[in-house]
Design a protein around this ligand. Structure first.
Ligand SMILES: [Zn+2]
Length: 169
């Protein structure tokens, strides 16, 4: 096990001192300057701004395991569209996603062993067919009553080995 007691946050706070010392992001108003929102996976191989040529301030980013359009993602998108200038929404799952490579039961077993605790009660929203899930997720955004038809919604698969996005609906 890593990340337990004793590791602390000193290295990160030291880095933050440097960041704050040359801070150049002040004066932002929190809108998405490029009018973009991205729903994607928490996977550390994904740079959601860099992969589409954007920078801090340009886009709203919503991440969860698998990059799924769940209730929280829809809440974020409704806020983004109505309050934060979002006009284009990208839903971006990715290749070699952990949420698409194991069953819920397998994850419960692995997590249970890691935790030394019963994990059978914990939901893991695993994905069977990623493209099928993506089509459903895009449809959820497009058909949402509070997201107007003027908002463009696209589904894209991100290849973690090449950095390339491929549109699927
Ligand atoms: Zn993933």
């Amino acid at each position: 096990m890593s990340g337990g007691n004793g590791v602390g946050f000193d290295d990160l706070l030291a880095a933050n001192e440097e960041f704050a010392g040359s801070f150049a992001l002040q004066g932002f108003d929190g809108v998405a300057r490029a009018g973009v929102a991205v729903v994607t996976c928490m996977d550390s191989r994904i740079d959601p701004l860099g992969m589409i040529g954007l920078k801090p301030g340009d886009a709203k980013i919503f991440r969860n395991p698998g990059g799924r359009v769940d209730g929280s993602a829809l809440e974020a998108l409704v806020l983004g569209v109505h309050l934060l200038n979002v006009q284009r929404v990208l839903v971006v799952p990715h290749t070699r996603c952990a949420m698409a490579s194991r069953s819920q039961q397998e994850l419960r077993t692995i997590i249970g062993e890691s935790a030394g605790q019963d994990a059978s009660w914990q939901s893991f929203h695993v994905i069977g067919d990623q493209l099928d899930a993506l089509a459903q997720d895009v449809a959820k955004v497009r058909s949402h009553p509070l997201i107007p038809d003027t908002v463009q919604v696209g589904g894209f698969m991100y290849d973690v080995d090449t950095g390339r996005l491929t549109q699927h609906g």
